[in-house]
Design a protein around this ligand. Structure first.
Ligand SMILES: *Cc1c(COP(=O)(O)O)cnc(C)c1O
Length: 387
């Protein structure tokens, strides 16, 4: 095939709708295979995308394998079996659940449903990168509310919910809150979040993204789906990508009032969730022990990373997720590159406006130890002037 560009006078950028033309693409974590190719090394660990180091439940894997036997058939477009399990979990009706190809899919469906060039969406500085992308792609405006200060005693870099309320105007159609938030790891208490949600005017859809909910300790967990009955403008999103360990299969969901779910259902692709993903997610919900083990390991690993960073003189943002944002005390890029050479992939967050931080996913205790040893060596090199 001829791969040379044909000469053309047409600039397709100018033809694209302005919202798309000005988008900056999402920057994913570096895949292990890419670093293997680049450096010719093996035994790489990836602590870059908040994946579950324990893998997935054996029940989920077995169900996906079983589903392969019928891979010639289209998936159940309504996801009946999975929805049955979800309605028992969340005490909602079937009509309130929208399944997605990852929760990213439902976030995009929500933006496509409610946003257009004349309106805006409110979100926090340091919010999840998918919110501005999904918003801008529709041509709607972003209203970014400054985050709490890095010195804030309870929630450094966290969402300023009062500021977000004040930013809402007549043209606002959506507001996004991730709880816990990525990349900061910060979380608001249930009472505070509920107080915010009930104050958001009804013409604004308030999305509460609970991607990391399963990692929050029972006593602190906030399940916003319990408020759906008296908050008609609330949408709660969840994912199987994080604690459930099914990121590669792509499945997530939104819980909302039935009218909103009906709208999302009109624009989604009829088969947006594949049959392996449906089967694996259903089975994963039966394995509570796997989620508990993941949460316990994460809790221990978070302590390990926080202590290790403290010993290196590096500050961390208190996290409720399966990752921690570490202040590297200066531009983080050098650390990132040196960690790559040590076979450890972390995540830079310069694109979030946090160039001095790395976001590090909590691994197994062995992985955390390896990361901390690599960081220790880099710190020593830096002190002897070779960093
Ligand atoms: C990882 C993540 C998601 C989920 O992404 P999927 O598309 O479900 O894999 C959603 N929101 C936040 C805040 C996340 O960090």
């Amino acid at each position: 095939m001829n791969t040379e560009n044909k000469h053309t006078a047409t600039n397709y950028c100018e033809l694209a709708q302005p919202g798309v033309r000005n988008l900056k693409p999402y920057l994913p974590g570096k895949p292990i295979s890419e670093l293997e190719r680049e450096l010719g090394i093996s035994n790489i660990i990836k602590l870059a995308s908040n994946e579950n180091p324990l893998g997935a439940s054996p029940l989920a894997i077995a169900a996906a394998k079983q589903a392969l036997e019928e891979v010639e058939l289209y998936p159940d477009a309504n996801g009946y079996d999975l929805k049955q399990k979800l309605l028992a979990l969340h005490h909602v009706d079937m009509q309130q659940i929208t399944l997605g190809n990852g929760s990213n899919d439902v976030l995009v469906l929500l933006a496509e449903t409610f946003l257009a060039p004349h309106c805006n969406a409110v979100m926090s500085q340091y919010c999840f990168a998918v919110y501005p992308i999904a918003t801008q792609a529709t041509g709607a405006q972003l209203k970014i509310v400054p985050a709490l200060a890095a010195e804030h005693p309870d929630m450094p870099l966290g969402h300023d919910l009062n500021g977000m309320l004040q930013a809402i105007d007549d043209a606002t159609r959506m507001v996004f809150v991730a709880n816990p938030n990525n990349p900061t790891g910060t979380a608001v208490a249930a009472a505070e979040l509920r107080n915010f949600v009930v104050q958001v005017p009804e013409h604004v859809v308030v999305v509460v993204d609970e991607a990391y909910s399963e990692y929050v300790a029972d006593a602190d967990r906030c399940d916003a789906s319990a408020w759906l009955a008296d908050c008609p403008n609330l949408v709660v999103t969840r994912t199987f990508s994080k604690a459930y360990g099914l990121a590669g299969l792509r499945v997530g969901y939104a819980l909302s009032n039935a009218q909103i779910a009906d709208l999302l259902n009109r624009i989604r692709q009829p088969f947006n969730v594949n049959s392996l993903a449906l089967a694996a997610a259903s089975a994963a919900l039966d394995d509570k022990a796997f989620i508990e083990a993941s949460r316990a390991m994460n809790h221990a690993g978070l302590q390990q990373l926080q202590n290790g960073c403290q010993q290196l003189g590096l500050q961390t943002i208190p996290s409720r997720g399966n990752f921690v944002l570490v202040n590297m005390g200066g531009p983080a890029d050098g650390w990132y590159q040196q960690l790559l050479r040590a076979g450890v992939i972390t995540r830079r967050v310069g694109n979030y406006g946090l160039p001095d931080y790395l976001r590090i996913t909590i691994g197994t205790s062995e992985q955390n130890t390896r990361l901390l040893e690599a960081m220790q060596q880099i710190a020593v090199q830096q002190q002897s002037g070779r960093g």
